[in-house]
Design a protein around this ligand. Sequence first.
Ligand code: NDP
Length: 372
Amino acid sequence: MNSRRHFLHKLSASLIALPAFSGRELNEIQLLNEKAYEGPVLRVAILGLGSYGTRVADAMKTCTRAKLVGAVSGTPSKIKDWQTKYGIPEKNCYNYENFDQIKNNPDIDAVYIITPNSLHAPFAIRTAKAGKHVICEKPMALNAKEGMTMIAACKAANVKLLVGYRVHFEPKTLEIIRMRNEGELGKVMFFQGLCGFRIGDPSQWRLNKALAGGGSMMDIGIYAINGSRYLVGEEPVWVTAQETKTDPVKFKEGVDETITFQLGFPSGVIASCLSTYSMNNLDRFYLNCEKGWAEMQPSTGYGPIKARTNKGELTHTHVTHQTVQMDEMSDIILGGKQPLVPVDGEEGLKDLKIIDAIFMAVKTGKKESLSL
Ligand code: NDP
């Protein structure tokens, strides 16, 4: 990146965090930035225009290397709204029935699947068959077996498969990983991950086993699993887990309310984690090491992420996670970039294998081995 382009890129990123600039000024700088960037742009269609899909679409307005160009929805009125709001042309809009026709559309490179969990695999396979790259929300699928079918479909179609692990690009997270990698914290000894919130409406898909594949673990507990892996820097080899349920009406069979689980890593590191749908203000990671420690709270929310280590507070500028994620994913898909923490299908599959083992450990009451 040349220095002018680098300056403009940095400036536009910092403007996201500086409300002192007017919307017009921001647009002008953004236009300048877009003009300055001359490299490839990933043209994305979002599939599933719900709450998180809208967040991603809004964040993509300030992307440089990715652009929202298409929409796929089961709700015709949303398509109309998105066409107006995001300037999406009619020819790039699909419903779930005619979606496969996207294969004939040369103006779309990738489809970002942001639906309830049970629809990730079927839509990913259709996307791959249409010859488009797949970006899929977490959890990648309902279980490891389904995840493997997605990986195989993308491989067969020679398209990339990425999972929306936005915090893998978050500056404070990356700084702690750098400190660990460079030995500043010493040998890792222990990780604690606390992830949860009190879930509302009992009729929502997140509490429906068929659509969600479980309860809190699939939705929020996965952050503790994933976080333990990228902060410890190893893959776990065993898991133990315990489930508690205070409301069996709201949290039906197969929908977990609270699970505590422990992961063991090859070097002897232990992770102790909590996943829950019945307690608020749980978004905390803690890493204990021989020479120091790191603490993040909030650790995976939309930010700003707060982090400190034994050396003091981390002060990296907040960037909108989904903006950076989509720009980085463009570099990965179009430029073959290797991110520090992977976001590919294999990464998604590892979390699914751990989730499968956690559910098994809850049933058996035994330590389950993991082979990732
Ligand atoms: P929403 O319920 O808000 O949106 C899901 C959308 O999927 C719906 O609006 C609908 O869009 C579409 N859809 C298709 N079939 C169904 C169905 N049977 N029932 C309900 N919706 C359906 O969910 P979220 O946006 O909160 O979550 C979607 C995915 O994103 C999940 O996998 C979740 O885990 C993930 N997520 C990730 C986050 C992150 O930080 N990475 C944060 C939040 C969610 P339409 O009307 O257009 O068809």
